[in-house]
Design a protein around this ligand. Structure first.
Ligand SMILES: Nc1nc2c(ncn2[C@@H]2O[C@H](COP(=O)(O)OP(=O)(O)OP(=O)(O)O)[C@@H](O)[C@H]2O)c(=O)[nH]1
Ligand SMILES: [Mg+2]
Length: 313
């Protein structure tokens, strides 16, 4: 129901909401083919050994670049399909405005209510919608792979900012050291910037101090070879460290509060746009055409829509 946004799904989600809030939400993002699904499969395996119940939401952008990730994800995580304590759901990007991030976060909530200890969201780190999906996560891993033009420069800036942990996957290949070095340099520069901005005075500048340092979090870099399970326990540990940091430190809690606020803003925005389109769709289309013909500027059109919408409600 939540995925298809069927009538009544909001009422169901409202009923489920009191049962949510326990799951830890882990986002896994990175360029196409970086090894996100293979890594997810390994983390599922690792956390299952602890007896955790696990939800996985795999977002397929259905873009020509991803080469049919749904099928790939299914094959890569197939062995967990038989496990009643693992629930895997693939979502396709649809054209709808903000539809992807919203149904992904709704499905995460359903899995949370189901009793998942951890919900993993796998999403390609390209596109605004996909970026927004990672914002619903408490802890985000950015997966990088060497030797596929996948250097630090090739990763979108927005994605870099939402990284809590970096996984340099395919560390069995040449170039992993260079990728780690690039990341370390980037993090050191980032800390330098932070140190000079007010509020961050005294932040550690020298050397990459990974993990929680001086109350703030510096993303650790972990080398992994997902296909060979190398580095998975270390990666899982860093992720769990981050979870402890958000739960136990003031800055971590502030970060969670900020994400919660952002998520509510998104929900309000989506609900408003949806309501406006429902109530005055043809009027909006008409104004859009006028904007295209340059008969009216977009600011005036927006003002007119806002005024009319307010007078209706
Ligand atoms: N050599 C090597 N290959 C790997 C490793 N991890 C994954 N691969 C391979 O890389 C390819 C892509 O892996 P996926 O896990 O599908 O990558 P993905 O990031 O989920 O890809 P999309 O969902 O399509 O964006 C597969 O052929 C994997 O077998 C690794 O650690 N080393
Ligand atoms: Mg994948």
């Amino acid at each position: 129901m939540a995925d298809d946004r069927l009538d009544g799904h909001i009422a169901v989600l409202k009923d489920l909401y009191p049962h949510t809030g326990k799951a830890w939400i882990v986002g896994i993002t990175g360029n196409p083919g970086a090894g996100k699904s293979t890594l997810t499969d390994r983390l599922v395996e690792h956390w299952r050994l602890k007896g955790w119940r696990i939800g996985v939401v795999a977002v397929d952008p259905t873009s020509p670049f991803s080469g049919g990730a749904i099928l790939g994800d299914r094959i890569r995580m197939q062995r967990h399909f038989e496990d009643p304590d693992v629930f895997i759901r693939s979502l396709a990007t649809r054209g709808a405005l903000g539809g992807l991030s919203r149904s992904a976060s709704d499905i995460v909530r359903v899995l949370d209510a189901w009793g998942a200890d951890v919900v993993i969201i796998e999403t390609v780190g390209v596109g605004q919608d996909e970026l927004e999906v990672t914002r619903t996560a408490h802890t985000t891993v950015v997966v990088m792979a060497p030797g596929m033009g996948d250097g630090v420069q090739a990763i979108k800036a927005g994605i870099m900012e939402c990284a809590d942990v970096f996984a340099v996957n395919k560390a069995d290949r040449d170039g992993a050291d260079a990728t780690v070095r690039d990341l370390e340099l980037m993090l050191a520069l980032g800390q330098g910037v932070m140190a000079t901005s007010p509020g961050h005075v005294g932040a550690k500048v020298s050397g990459p101090a990974h993990g929680a340092a001086n109350g703030s979090w510096v993303p650790p870099i972990v080398r992994v070879v997902s296909t060979q399970k190398t580095g998975i326990p270390e990666l899982a540990q860093r992720l769990e460290d981050h979870r402890a940091w958000i739960r136990e430190t003031d800055e971590g809690m502030r970060r969670v509060a900020a994400r919660g606020r952002e998520q509510l803003h998104n929900e309000i925005r989506d609900a408003l746009v949806e309501a406006a389109i429902r109530d005055m769709g043809t009027r909006i289309d008409g104004l859009a055409e006028q904007v295209v013909r340059r008969e009216v500027d977009p600011y005036t059109a927006c003002d007119a829509i806002l005024r009319e919408f307010r007078s209706k409600t």
